[in-house]
Design a protein around this ligand. Structure first.
Ligand code: TRP
Length: 446
């Protein structure tokens, strides 16, 4: 096992890197898509509730476990609970990491293609119908998306190779503020489109009749996915923390940043759908049609569109890096491989495992599980099932095996007199296990 463990260079570096992990396709692509599929305002309201009750408390939990264990996802469990089999949870997380990063690279590959396409000007002048058609052609092509996926994985591996502290901290500091600026410009544009108001109303008005267990399951899945929870990404980042770090405060900031960007994105995409009369049925590619449509109504569409998709690709890279880092940290610590060998091997495996997903939009579109194509199925199974399951196991571990008392001692090192400590323990020990379990079981039966 390696002797000296890396630590973050600065507090702001840690926060931005973790926000970099959280903010990615989950906010820009997945959130608006799930909102549209699950009934608008009802879903948004549930999402916000789950952010408060489950999301932020779980960020605190993972950071605390990570800092207390100062290990990779598997040996954190064996260190904090020696002579038990809890390390199994770590292995389960590794499998989930692998599935997620495989399909994640596919969508991120689309962002890369859209960057190149924007620079070449192939989207300019098209209306929503033309963009929908071009999108179908692009993602169902057997070669182009595979290239995009390969380029994306290449850069992700490269950054993990260069080390997280230098590379990621620096990239995140440029990308995150840049994204916010572009999104604000887009927001101004959508809101001034004719017919946009209806979309804003649909986004915020909770049609309570639409809330059911499936919406809840989707909302839990979205919170886990967007906050990078449930499989050790946040835990691994926590393992590079110093004892002085104020964990609850950082968790709060990270949560606010992530939710803020998701809401911003929803407010851009959904009113635009209404204004441009785009069928929400276009599925996972919604964002790839609406956004270019908005860009085409702005002066310099090529400039905005290229800049946006470049930023999106980088935002996805900072997330994918955190996924790959979970696996790399494990292979390096436990198997004694070099960082280089670990990252490259994983990169190749992810590429191969992602192939069925990338081809599922074209050649393999006939392969369907539970009514979902391969890409959608991988997303659904990992986000709605595997993430909550391992999240459930993590809270049971923290609340009942390692104990919230020890966790509170750990938290108080950097946050003396953690004001919400008791409420937090209560959530971790009682509310969360019951809530996640209930939603989960009824969701499976329904
Ligand atoms: N949170 C990222 C996003 O929203 C994706 C991601 C990174 C992730 N690390 C994760 C999802 C760990 C689940 C678990 O795009």
């Amino acid at each position: 096992m390696s002797g000296k463990r890396e630590q973050w260079n600065s507090r702001i570096g840690f926060i931005l890197a973790t926000v970099g992990s959280a903010v990615g396709l989950g906010n820009v692509w997945r959130f608006p898509t799930v909102v549209v599929q699950s009934g608008g305002g009802a879903f948004v309201a549930l999402f916000l509730l789950i952010v408060v009750v489950v999301g932020v408390p779980l960020i605190i939990a993972e950071l605390t476990l990570g800092r207390a264990g100062k290990q990779n996802i598997v040996s954190t469990f064996s260190r904090l609970a020696p002579n038990t089999r809890w390390w199994f949870v770590g292995l389960f997380s590794l499998v989930t990491v692998f599935i997620i990063i495989s399909f994640y690279s596919v969508i991120a590959g689309w962002a890369v293609i859209y960057f190149v396409g924007s620079v070449m000007g192939i989207f300019t002048g098209l209306d929503a119908a033309g963009l929908t058609q071009l999108n179908q052609q692009l993602i169902s092509n057997p070669v182009i998306p595979v290239l995009g996926q390969a380029v994306f994985i290449f850069f992700t591996v490269l950054i993990v190779l260069l080390g997280v502290t230098g590379g990621i901290e620096r990239i995140s500091k440029i990308i995150m503020p840049g994204i916010v600026v572009i999104l604000l410009i887009l927001l101004g544009r959508t809101l001034s489109l004719e017919g946009a108001v209806e979309g804003v109303i649909w986004f915020f008005r909770p049609e309570l009749g639409l809330i059911n267990v499936n919406t809840a399951l989707d909302a839990v899945g979205q919170v886990f996915f967007s906050f990078s929870l449930g499989m050790g990404a946040i835990l691994t980042y926590g393992s590079y923390l110093t004892d002085e770090e104020n964990i609850p405060q950082s968790a709060f900031l990270i949560g606010v940043a992530d939710v803020g960007i998701a809401i911003l994105m929803g407010l851009i995409v959904i009113p635009a759908l209404f204004a441009f009369n785009i069928e929400p049925g276009v599925g996972p590619a919604i964002v790839f049609v609406t956004l270019p449509a908005i860009f085409n109504t702005l002066p310099w569409p090529v400039f905005w569109s290229s800049l946006f998709f470049l930023m999106l690709s980088f935002a996805a890279i900072t997330s994918a890096v955190s996924l790959l880092e979970v696996a790399a940290a494990y292979i390096v610590d436990q198997r004694g491989w070099s960082r280089k060998a670990a990252a490259i091997t994983m990169g190749v495996l992810i590429f191969v495992f992602g192939l069925p997903a990338v081809l599922s939009q074209g050649v393999l579109s006939n392969v369907v599980f539970l009514g979902r194509d391969i890409l959608d199925f991988m997303d659904f199974v990992s986000s709605s099932f595997f993430l909550p399951i391992s999240g459930l196991l993590i809270v049971i571990f923290l609340g009942w095996v390692w104990s919230t008392d020890k966790a509170l001692l750990e938290i108080e090192k950097g946050s003396p007199g953690f004001y919400w400590g008791r409420a937090w323990s209560f959530l971790i020990r009682f509310v969360m296990p019951i809530a996640i379990f209930y939603i989960f079981i009824t969701g499976i039966r329904g």
